[in-house]
Design a protein around this ligand. Sequence first.
Ligand SMILES: Cc1ncc(COP(=O)(O)O)c(C=O)c1O
Length: 394
Amino acid sequence: MQGGLFSPVTKADVGDGVARLQAQGYRILSWADPWFPDPALSPAVRAALQESIDAANTAHYTLPIGDLRLRQAIAEKCRRVNGLELDPARNVLVTPGSDSGLWFAMSALLEPGDEVLVPDPSYPSNAVNCSLLGAVPVPVPLDAADGWQLDVEAMRAAVTPRTRMVVLTHPNNPTGTVMRRERLEALRDLIVEKDLVLVCDQAFEDFVFDGIELVTPAALPGLWERTLSVFSMSKGHGLSGMRVGYVVGPDELMDGLYGATVNVVGATNTAAQAVAVAALSDEEALAERQADFEARRHEVVRVLGAVPGVKVTAPESGFLSWVDVSALGTGEEVAAHLLEDARTSVNSGEPYGESGRGYLRIVHGCFRDPAELTAAMEDVAASLRRLAEQRGLA
Ligand SMILES: Cc1ncc(COP(=O)(O)O)c(C=O)c1O
């Protein structure tokens, strides 16, 4: 799907294409938003929103870098979850969503012509932002056979005198991979040795399964001073419409971001920040979604894995399935088939990088009721089976 208003940008799921399809009754499994299109506000978050509307100060700005209460709540969460000790006055910047946080983090550190190592596949904005900034994205392929883990030796081989940054999506979108400690330590060694900086997008950190350790790269010795970490309230907390994200990092790197925020953003929406404070301590809501998504991923494997020519394994995190359909066609071809034949929108793998060729990204976190997702998967499986028959595979 191409969602750009004025150009065929490679970001997969923006624009009014989705809204048009929805209006025509298509199923949307291409929108990485928990329980979309069903409501996702928890009681605690709803109460905070109501309270904030009732409070007179909602109509006013907060500090451009974010309301102090939220920066304190972020510091507390980053201590508990990420092992980071932050000064809320110096090391936290609240942004209107993490897309803008990612943009500010990259734009503060990159000059035109700088090269940026981008694991492939990963979030399309990583490469798009480079291009918009006049920097050069250098894709470094990840391999299914290696569980889509970081290939630090390939990264080392890709370093040139112009290399400035590594941009990492961890856990990864679209593969759901949680990068392991030893790979991140090897990456740290490379970054320190080659005098690089790291931008690490942890938008999908909230749901990690199977007891896998979530390592925050910025917490590794030697990386804090070289890393900007980007977080989102959209994914785990289901608050994409509130537009709240945050960036954390060391004093010197944050100074550049503060300037950009004051001059460009002004401040993030005041009511949304109050909601974010409530959400960060709403462990009940997070636990409910974690249990739901942990179970659903196996349902996708059960239903889609039975189709000839389709390979799928349960993701290690989040609510996205990364499905190998290369025996049936390119991701674009198979996604187009599903749109027409099953009236279902999924993402083709190609916008996530060359290694996404022949893959689909299917958002299995859609719909509040898991039974609705199972019904959708059964329709998708039936449609893929028809395609497999056409290809002589079934
Ligand atoms: C990896 C990743 N980072 C950042 C974002 C941006 O999210 P938001 O701007 O809603 O925080 C997304 C959204 O899809 C994402 O998948």
